[in-house]
Design a protein around this ligand. Structure first.
Ligand SMILES: [Mg+2]
Length: 413
């Protein structure tokens, strides 16, 4: 593959009017969602695609001041300079080239992740095989193209709201319902109890990245009690119950016996493995868009193989990211579940009442066509590379909007 051109487009999907969500001790305002579309072109005119971001975590972007706009500039600047004109045989070779660019660790990983995915797309197109087949060959697995999905939704609502949403999600056939608690310890307890009561076979997961955003307002003892409460009620997992870097906190909570998940906030695939090594997690959530692409995630998956920890990709964003992670699930050993974020007006879900979290039209419009989602299962496309067409019209239709996508406003206390 002779790389001739690397482009990055920062795009924004407005949430208009903005939405305010009440959490314990404050209000979270949702303004837009950002995506960086990466397009890599070879000398023979083939294009490979990926999505990326300055960060996997809204909180990090907000607090560390990185923006998707500056990330796109970096990709088109020093990253493009390092790889345009280069010839690579295998996608993994891109990592050494990007390592040679002097960038902050997180930005370097994000760039390497996007380029790895785009090059796998190109490599698949070159040899006429879907990415999952390339992975299957390398890891000697038989790809599974029918992938069960769990729905990711539910953001700071009253218990009634979560229950109504979960019932819709169960009707749609999803394996699980993951939601974001954080409305206060009493409300969070009531939510778990009511969800378990009102759903039948479907699993319940809690994504509590909010709790560590609450500063000291819950406190460690309360967090521990809530984790135990969720586990006692059969929660499938409790995700990011403590700040991502708090390894000791994970280990302490694991002693309760509660199933824990985490990993999305790690700055690299090495960080994923390090987190897994604590032995505290039951589920490791790497993402091809944030953890050094397929190459990096496969390192973490290899670590998980034959251990008491399952790799379940984090996946939050567009359908392009969904398909990218789906190829990993289909082709990697022992990975059998994928996150499906549910946004408003999702064209592949029957939307009455709409189970979506908030509008994110770009998530759907970025693809020309739709993923094959039916009854809570995704069939991974079998065309060459990612097997999908990107609608480059989104570059015109979703201009970048400066500023953070979300704001946390804390009540005075
Ligand atoms: Mg999460």
């Amino acid at each position: 593959m002779d790389i001739s051109d690397v482009r990055g487009y920062a795009l924004s999907s407005p949430i208009d009017p903005h939405q305010d969500r009440l959490f314990f001790g404050g209000t979270r305002r949702l303004l837009k969602r950002d995506v960086v579309l990466i397009v890599v072109e070879t000398r023979d005119g083939e294009q490979g695609y990926a999505t990326a971001g300055a960060s996997s975590s809204a909180m990090r972007e907000y607090f560390e001041g990185e923006s998707q706009g500056t990330f796109a500039d970096i990709v088109e600047g020093s990253v493009a300079d390092a790889i345009e004109g280069e010839t690579v045989e295998q996608p993994a070779e891109i990592h050494d080239l990007i390592d040679s660019v002097d960038l902050p660790e997180r930005i370097q990983t994000e760039a390497a992740s996007a380029l790895d995915v785009a090059l796998f797309d190109l490599r698949g197109k070159e040899v006429g095989a879907p990415i999952y087949e390339l992975l299957g060959e390398e890891y000697d697995t038989t790809p599974t193209v029918e992938i069960p999905l769990y729905a990711s939704a539910g953001m700071y609502m009253q218990p009634d709201g979560y229950v109504e949403q979960a019932e819709r999600i169960e009707d749609l056939g999803f394996m699980g319902y993951k939601y974001r608690p954080g409305i206060g310890p009493d409300g969070d307890r009531e939510t778990v109890e009511r969800l378990v009561e009102s759903t039948d076979e479907m699993e319940i997961m809690l994504d509590v990245h909010t709790w560590w955003k609450l500063g000291e307002s819950y406190g460690r003892d309360t967090v521990r009690a809530l984790v135990e409460h969720a586990a006692d009620h059969g929660a499938y997992w409790v995700e990011e119950p403590v700040e991502p870097s708090d390894r000791a906190g994970y280990v302490e909570l694991a002693e309760t016996g509660a199933p824990l998940a985490g990993g999305e906030s790690e700055a690299s695939s090495a960080g994923l493995v390090e987190l897994a090594r604590t032995g505290a997690l039951d589920y490791l959530q790497g993402d091809v868009r944030h953890h050094n692409g397929y190459t990096g995630c496969l390192t973490a998956i290899e670590y998980c193989t034959n251990r008491e920890i399952a790799f379940v990709p984090h996946n939050f964003g567009t359908w392009l990211g969904l398909i990218a992670n789906a190829h990993l699930v289909a082709g990697a050993p022992e990975v059998r579940l994928l996150e499906y974020p549910v946004f408003e007006r999702d064209p592949v879900l029957d939307g009455t009442p709409d189970p979506g979290m908030y509008p994110f039209d770009l998530a759907f419009d970025i693809l020309d066509g739709q993923p094959a989602v039916e009854n809570g299962q995704l069939t991974v496309p079998d065309g060459p590379g990612l097997g999908i067409d990107v609608d480059l019209g989104v570059i015109e239709d979703y201009p970048f909007i400066e500023g953070p996508w979300t704001e946390f406003h804390y009540d005075d206390r």
